[in-house]
Design a binder for this molecule. Structure first.
Ligand code: ADP
Length: 748
């Protein structure tokens, strides 16, 4: 009998031992629970083995030693069980400390259990048995074993109660079973001894069953756990994106759920396919350099547009063992981009239509103003009648105001639609300021205001920037200063600071002694169509656009505009701009023309050229009359025609030194006329300068005309002085004689 029991215990111990070793040998089993499980198998095997060996002993002393070793394993197993339960059940804090502390505290009993006088050995029919002598120690030991068993039971019950996930519940049930089996065994063992019977190794046999249950629980725990190692499997199957795995023979072998949904086939059906059966692709799509490739292709089945990334999979010998193909369905994105492109084209078209409308507006409005201003200038030049001159001056002022208004509206729309560009070219700030001074002087004189420009003489005056826009900004602020000042003065102070050898920071400060602006209104100044101090300014012409244009232009040039004002006392508008230096010339003093505008209009022309011949082409007869009138005193011979076709006829018949060619004409416009003129076989005007006359004042048109082959550009309404200056430049020098007004024109 004892041999049978020993063999049974030995067999169980061996199985447990190898199971423990096997699981410990597995890769990645290094966690706390793995170590505890391994220790529990070793303790369980040790318990069975040494109690088995005790059974077959005849010598009590040897049996006592073997029993002592076996008992140590019992303690070890109880400690492992408690620790595992604590870990799995997630018990923390005091409860954890008490549970673990209690089971370890049991070890205090161990030496007493070994004292020979406390234990009796007895040879029974099933081998050498032992019993703790009844008394305090046996009661204490029984109480300890019972308390440990109850504690384990309480923890496993708590885990059953608290587990939410089914996995945890399963583990909890299994652990409860283990605890019940071991606990039951121990209790029976101890009870027998307490009752005076020799111990029968019930718990040694029972704990094997518990150990097997624990082993199953442990394996289940490991298999159902998501680890970094097995995470990829979950990721692979859970991504929505279709993922295909091809083997080295380029056959599809694994697909994820995303792929089966994408193809609308079962996984088995998918696995008969090649990549080119799924996508419109070259057969050798897998032959590429490097380890990754991305191609765009259409799917045969669904006509979707896809971006396919192909990754080669290498083994340890760097041989290709397969390919991972991840498909990104970009159909929606591509369609959206196409939609956006269509929208953009539509918006571009609308923008073009707007530009065309603006150009057209500009032309349509400027053409009649051109006639009005031109005719009026002729009256101013030729009339001697004071009353008529007064009327003409009023017409001139009104039409200039109208022109400013139109220009403001056009500029504003250009800025809003992003069509306004800053064009950097070399210019003379001195010339610009001189012209501004002349222009503002007239307005200031009319209101009897003192106008002063204070400019440092040592300042570099040849700059690189957008002269037109700088002029527009300063003119706007100066005009406002004059407009909103009743008496006193307007002063422009220019200060500069060299930021490098090639750049200057310039501050233009315009100070007036005018009506001033209330503090609460200063923030509104640069808003569009916003006029402030309504009660004071309603009688003064204005749209509220000027400063918002200034603000936007200054921003386009990366500058700033600021205002300081005292209501009723005056204001200072300061514009700071950075400009690059384009030459070494210094500002010096600003000499301004002494003659007044009225005198200029009455004065003699800049030049006379009776031998020079020019051809003026414009479909609007009034414009032709204006040109004739403006140039009358230069004595230039002028032929006028009203169409491109006539222009070509005249050019074939007669030599002209300059051709003034209107752009917008019906049937054949100025550009087409110029092209034909250049190709005209019997053109007698090959060396003639062709100047385009246009009412199109949009940004960038000047460059456009020069690109088309025109020699120069003159925008309507045409000013007599400008026209004369341009002709003086292009007429052959031998014909041009300085007129008596030349001196005056030069200085303005
Ligand atoms: P506009 O002069 O055509 O009304 P602006 O945009 O140039 O439009 O000016 C906006 C408003 O700012 C003006 O209506 C005026 O109330 C105020 N303003 C501009 N400059 C001055 C100034 N120098 N002194 C007092 N008020 C000014």
């Amino acid at each position: 009998m004892k041999e049978v029991l020993f063999c049974l215990l030995l067999a169980f111990a061996s199985v447990t031992y190898f199971v423990g070793l096997g699981s410990a040998a597995k890769k990645g089993r290094k966690g706390r629970i793995d170590k505890l499980y391994f220790a529990s198998t070793m303790c369980s095997a040790g318990w069975g083995l040494f109690i088995g060996l005790t059974l077959i002993q005849n010598n009590e002393n040897i049996a006592a030693v073997l029993r002592a070793i076996g008992t140590l394993h019992i303690f070890g197993l109880l400690i492992c069980f408690t620790d595992m339960l604590v870990y799995w059940s997630g018990i923390r804090g005091r409860l954890k400390r008490w549970s673990v502390g209690f089971v370890w505290a049991g070890l205090i009993l161990y030496p007493f259990l070994l004292i020979r006088s406390n234990v009796e050995f007895e040879m029974t029919s099933y081998g050498m048995a032992y019993r703790i002598k009844p008394g305090a120690l046996s009661l204490l030991y029984a109480a300890y074993c019972l308390a440990t068993a109850l504690n384990l039971l309480r923890m496993s019950a708590r885990m059953v109660r608290r587990s939410i996930r089914r996995r945890d519940k399963d583990i909890a049930y299994a652990l409860t079973l283990c605890v019940v089996i071991v606990g039951f065994g121990r209790v029976v063992d101890i009870s027998l001894q307490l009752l005076g019977y020799a111990a029968f190794p019930i718990s040694a046999l029972g704990q094997y069953i518990a150990q097997m249950v624990l082993c199953r629980t442990y394996l289940f725990y490991n298999s159902s756990q998501v680890t970094l190692q097995n995470m990829s499997r979950f990721v692979y199957y859970s991504v929505d994106e279709p993922v295909f795995l091809f083997d080295e023979a380029e056959r599809l072998c694994i697909v994820n759920n995303g792929a089966t949904i994408f193809l609308g086939m079962s996984a088995e059906e998918c696995c008969k396919l090649r990549l080119s059966d799924i996508f419109v692709l070259e057969r050798d799509a897998f032959r590429f350099r490097g380890s990754k490739n991305r191609v765009e292709a259409r799917c045969w089945q669904r006509n979707n547009i896809c971006s396919i990334s192909i990754d080669k999979i290498y083994d340890d010998y760097k041989d290709i063992i397969g390919y991972i193909v991840i498909v990104h369905d970009v159909t929606e994105r591509v369609r959206m981009l196409e939609r956006l492109e269509r929208e953009k084209q539509r918006a571009d078209k609308a923008n073009e239509a707007k530009s065309a409308f603006l150009a057209n507006m500009s032309h349509e409005i400027r053409t009649p103003i051109n006639a009005v201003m031109g005719m009026n200038e002729m009256i101013l030049r030729e009339s001697e009648e004071p009353a008529t001159l007064e009327y003409a001056r009023n017409i001139q002022n009104a039409s200039k105001a109208l022109l400013v208004l139109i220009n403001d509206i056009l500029d504003f729309s250009k800025i809003e639609s992003g069509m306004m560009e800053v064009v950097e070219e070399p210019y003379s700030l001195k010339e610009l300021l001189k012209a501004l001074l002349t222009e503002c002087r007239m307005r200031a004189e009319e209101k009897k205001l003192e106008l002063t420009f204070q400019v440092p003489a040592d300042m570099p005056c040849m700059l690189l920037g957008d002269e037109v826009r700088v002029r527009q900004i300063l003119l706007n602020i100066l005009t406002n200063a004059v407009k909103y000042t009743v008496r006193g003065s307007v002063t422009l102070r220019v200060r500069y600071e060299k930021v490098s050898d090639t750049a200057l920071d310039i501050a233009f400060a315009v100070t007036d002694t005018g009506i001033g602006i209330k503090e609460e209104n200063i923030g509104r100044l640069f808003g569009k169509f916003d006029r402030v101090n309504e009660e004071q300014v309603h009688a003064i012409e204005g749209t509220g656009l000027g400063l918002s244009i200034v603000d936007r232009l200054v921003k386009m040039m990366n500058g700033t505009v600021t205002v300081e004002s005292v209501y009723g006392k005056g204001s200072t508008f300061t514009v700071c701009l950075r400009q690059r230096i384009a030459g070494e010339e210094l500002m010096g003093t600003l000499e301004e023309s002494s003659g007044s505008h009225r005198q200029q209009q009455k004065s003699a022309p800049v030049f006379t050229a009776p031998e020079a011949r020019i051809l003026a082409v414009d479909d609007n007869k009034v414009n032709l009359t204006v040109i004739r009138g403006l140039l009358r005193k230069t004595q230039v011979q002028i032929d006028c025609v009203t169409s491109g076709r006539e222009c070509l006829e005249y050019a074939a018949r007669q030599h002209y030194d300059v051709i003034l060619l209107d752009h917008m004409m019906p049937s054949m416009d100025g550009i087409e006329t110029l092209e034909k003129l250049k190709k005209l076989p019997d053109n007698k005007c090959r060396d003639a300068a062709v100047i385009v006359l246009t009412a199109n004042a949009m940004a960038g048109v000047r460059d456009m005309y020069l690109e088309k082959g025109f020699d120069d550009y003159l925008s309507k309404p045409i000013e007599g002085a400008m026209l004369e200056r341009l002709l003086a430049k292009y007429l052959p020098a031998q014909y041009v004689r300085a007129g008596s007004g030349a001196q005056e024109q030069q200085t303005t």
